[in-house]
Design a protein around this ligand. Sequence first.
Ligand SMILES: *Cc1c(COP(=O)(O)O)cnc(C)c1O
Length: 399
Amino acid sequence: MNNAEIIELTHQHMVDVYGCSPLAFARGHGAYLYDADGNRYLDFFCGLAVTSLGHGNPRVVRAIKEQAEKLTHVSNVFHSEPTARLVERLANHFGDGKVFLGNSGAEANEAALKLARRWGSSVGGGRFEILTTLGSFHGRTLATVTATGQERYHQGFQPLMPGFRTVPFDDLAALDRALHDETVGVMVEPIQGEGGVVVPHADYLKHMRDWCDRNKLLLILDEVQTGMGRTGKFFAFEHTGIKPDIVTLAKALGGGLPIGAMIAREEIASSFTPGSHGSTFGGNPVACAAAVAVIDALEQDGVLENATSVGAYMLERLTQFARSCDRIVEVRGLGMIIGAVLKHDARPIVDECIKNRLLVNGTAGNVLRLLPPLNLTREEADAGLAIIENAFKNAPIPK
Ligand SMILES: *Cc1c(COP(=O)(O)O)cnc(C)c1O
């Protein structure tokens, strides 16, 4: 099928919730995607921070093929080697944790929220309320959309779930004011991704950790977007010297296959007992084999180092460019999550980049978000940045 046929067929039969770009992709290789008509695109979008090792990473492809030939599914009533290997690797990265596996970021967060309530209902003396932050994004299930501090995701879904309250991001005094007798924990992204690549003050998480300890609260970090090397460390919290009570991963975890993980400190994880939570597909052997291959690549292929150095280079080049571009207010980010805050809607820049065969993403209205592969070369970075810089020169300024 060509681009037009694929797009037409999809529109006829699929529920329209995405507002898709008129592009249909057929294959990918490294940092490049090829559409169904054979055009090549440089990918700074990565399936929304999912394909962090690029497309068709040999380690990941091999792991998926080998596991698919052996066994694709057994149910969590039984065990399988890829699942065992993955939980070991994740627990080791977290340090003294236990892992629950689901299929998405929302499910990983749902597990974290349920675990926090379950812990609160027993050890925590009946507390249940979770504080989240304005501008956050935690998913689309009813609990995670309630936790999401953006009203546009709530419209038409009221009544939302009880037991959640939002406070401004990067504001410790607001947390203190919001604290109730029922508060059991706080859920926050180390960097708000969907909310516009909002990087908090360097000591925000550290103070939040202290504040949680003083008030016997659980610190839940949503690393669905920032985890798995996106910021140059396995977990973004490793930049801060603190450790959360619960962390969630998804997006890049499966190298393109759907998988999510919730990792909790062991004494908290033990509030989940047999029968209290579960998932039919969670921990699927093929997805787990892919995730183990992703972790191998992060540990052995210099991917984190590359994300740190090429990410810093891109941030620097874009910051320099912004000095001479009056359409950009600010450039911010860490590692390979980079945002340019614009004076206007990001859409015309995104469209101009796509026209010139670079995939980028606009979020929070006026933020141009770059989520390139972590193993991007400097030459590929330069090629993409040149397209972006030209887009600022050529794209129309929206009214
Ligand atoms: C994307 C995202 C989610 C939701 O993940 P899904 O896999 O779409 O359910 C949750 N939290 C953060 C921070 C995200 O970026």
